[in-house]
Design a binder for this molecule. Structure first.
Ligand code: ADP
Ligand code: MG
Length: 255
């Protein structure tokens, strides 16, 4: 049965989508069967994998309201072994539209049950908020991967993030655990990046990946070409670092 990992941090612009696309693609490149689910109305994972999000007939929204199954809307991506459940702005009203559905935090979990066996890994790209979509992701997940951007305000949201995870464990998903913390947009030339890493170590220890994702122009360019970094520029620092992260994820699984 596939392991379900939610990429979560309620802050925007910290590298969730970039990590989601490139870790999913990196594992698929290693031969694992991977499904990546976009549950952010912004649909950046969807467009980042080359899908015209505004032309979609059906999205994750239709899955959540029970109109269609995951199997029926999964899409191919440019990377072999990697499939996508797409999203777009149709999902933006979900907060209100799902309001009177019973057990509405479990919709994604229930939909996933029927498809889990087809994959080794299932990643969920969360929106930058704690809302019903995020709660669905955290309820369906076995674990959470948290990208933290190496910048001055990185620590501000950290307490909130930890308490959200604790609350979900208590109320919705007792088995949820932290898969790992990944530092993104790391800049070795600044003290600030180093300080952020040191500070986060006070909260977490064994969860932090030793791989650091550097700030890399190619990582910022790849989504506009609809490709994961390994296919856009295999030799780039960004590609190298996400491949290392994938190795580390696999090593941890062994341990
Ligand atoms: P989130 O999903 O958390 O909002 P994104 O992954 O979309 O964050 O990243 C925010 C922006 O920063 C995007 O434009 C993305 O292309 C860019 N970006 C992300 N990671 C890096 C990186 N390591 N180096 C350079 N640009 C990056
Ligand atoms: Mg995003």
């Amino acid at each position: 049965m596939g392991k379900v990992i939610a990429i979560f941090n309620q802050k925007g612009g910290v590298g969730k989508t970039t990590t989601n696309v490139n870790v999913s693609a990196g594992l698929a490149e290693q031969g694992y069967k991977v499904l990546t689910i976009d549950i952010d109305p912004q649909g950046n994972t969807t467009s980042g994998l080359g899908v015209q999000k505004n032309e979609l007939d059906k999205t994750i929204y239709d899955v959540l309201i029970g109109e269609i199954s995951m199997k029926d809307i999964k899409m191919k991506t440019p990377m072999k072994n990697l499939e996508l459940i797409p999203s777009n702005m149709n999902l933006a009203g979900a907060e209100i539209e799902l309001l009177d559905i019973e057990k509405r935090e479990y919709l994604l979990n229930n939909a996933l049950d029927k498809i889990k066996d087809d994959y080794d890994y299932i990643f969920i790209d969360c929106p930058p908020a704690v809302n019903i979509l995020t709660l669905n992701a955290l309820t369906a997940a076995d674990s959470v991967m948290v990208p933290i951007q190496c910048e001055y305000y990185a620590l501000e949201g950290l307490t909130h993030l930890i308490s959200t995870i604790k609350l979900v464990q208590k109320k919705l998903n007792p088995n949820l655990h932290i898969e790992g913390i990944i530092f993104t947009m790391y800049d070795a030339r600044t003290n600030l990046s180093l300080q952020v890493v040191e500070e986060v170590k006070k909260y977490f220890s064994k969860e932090i990946y030793t791989t650091l994702i550097p700030r890399n122009v190619r990582l910022g360019e790849a989504p506009s070409h609809g490709l994961p970094i390994m296919m856009y520029d295999e030799k780039s620092k960004g590609s190298e670092s996400y491949r290392l992260l994938v190795e580390e994820i696999l090593e941890r699984k062994e341990a």
